[in-house]
Design a protein around this ligand. Sequence first.
Ligand code: ATP
Length: 290
Amino acid sequence: MRKKLMLEAPAKVNLFLAVGGRRPDGYHEVLTLLQAVELCDLIVVELSSSTRIELEVEGDVPRDEGNLCLRAARVFQERIGRGLGARIGLRKRIPVGAGLGGGSSDAAAVLLGLNLLLGEPLKREELEGAAAELGSDVPFFLRGGTAVAEGRGERVRGLSPAEEIWVLLLNPGFALSTADVYREFDRLNPSPLPPGILPRGLVRGLEKGDLEEVGDHIRNDLIEAALRLAPGLGSLLEKLGREGPGGMSGSGPTLFLLSRDEEALVRTGIKMAFPWSSVARFREKGVAPL
Ligand code: ATP
């Protein structure tokens, strides 16, 4: 049996994010369409003969128990009901606190990696349960591709893969805390409507690669709250809106622009001159061994 695995942990963009009211468990009711993209953190998971779980990190994230990789390993350990020795290596490439779900993806990669190395002691549903315990976006990353998530984000349904589409990711160089953005959302929307239903045109547009149709349905209910916390984002969003279909991902502040033409996105990225940018293709997989 293999003792070591390297995995890719992709980023996501939310092409649609409708936010409803706060639930008794403190989370918000959401309806979101998520798309995995080919911008990945790298995770190495290795079994060791000790009974400790160790973490090495390259990047600006916590190295202690606050790191989602370690939290994922602890949850996995509890679920299999026995001690575990493992060394985890994390190389961050996805910006942190960016609305791109990097931490959630890392957690999903650790769950999958440990499960594969140990001969799959957890069945698919148990793995999904562990993922949901770790965070709302974590179950999505076990699946990847194009998917709809409901509830607090843990009820995930895969859609047919989107046509070949490229995305330009633009990060203004600061982080936004998801909790802060939702708090601001609550202030601005004391009695929000339920999230409603997903527009058919969005799904159809993605299947056909018709970005005009996709663009008509892109939505993110957190934009207003994010703009309150980071007013400078408003003019950047406006500037981006003139370039084509796009929006803000998750709780921000990363903005995105969609195109069928990779080269055009590279040129737009240079022109927009954000502190960080990347052009990536839509990805059909979620977290996966290399
Ligand atoms: P989302 O789109 O799901 O709201 P995000 O992209 O805004 O997520 P992340 O980068 O996933 O945010 O993480 C945000 C917080 O989680 C940061 O405060 C960061 O310090 C902490 N964190 C813990 N572990 C990790 C990790 N492995 N990668 C990134 N952030 C992590």
